[in-house]
Design a protein around this ligand. Structure first.
Ligand SMILES: [Zn+2]
Length: 106
């Protein structure tokens, strides 16, 4: 039987079941290994307010804490938001980690 993807779009190798995660965009439950996860690191104060903060403080460039989030998206939202893109049948078979997502060597 022809299959669209070798792993059926999932990373569930030999496990029976995987916990679900909720999509941050639409709220749909998607298996954790199928969901598209992206890490974001946003400062607590937005950039427009940072100028006001810099004017109000005597310190040079105050250290503002930031939120570290791991956002999970369902596949349809990830396509809609262009986090992942539709690939041709040939390019779908390429299995490598994109250069931007590869871990950096120390
Ligand atoms: Zn979604």
């Amino acid at each position: 039987m022809p299959v669209k993807r070798k792993n059926h779009g999932r990373a569930k190798t030999n496990r029976g079941s995987v916990n679900n995660v909720q999509c941050v965009q639409c709220g749909r439950l998607a298996p954790k290994d199928k969901a598209v996860s992206r890490a974001t690191n946003n400062p607590i104060i937005e950039a427009a307010s940072m100028d006001d903060l810099n004017l109000a403080t005597i310190y040079q460039k105050p250290d503002v804490p930031s939120f570290f989030n791991i956002d999970s998206y369902c596949v349809s939202c990830a396509c809609h938001l262009r986090i992942v893109k539709v690939r041709s049948e040939y390019h779908r078979k390429e299995r490598y980690v994109p250069k931007a997502l590869r871990p950096k060597k120390l």
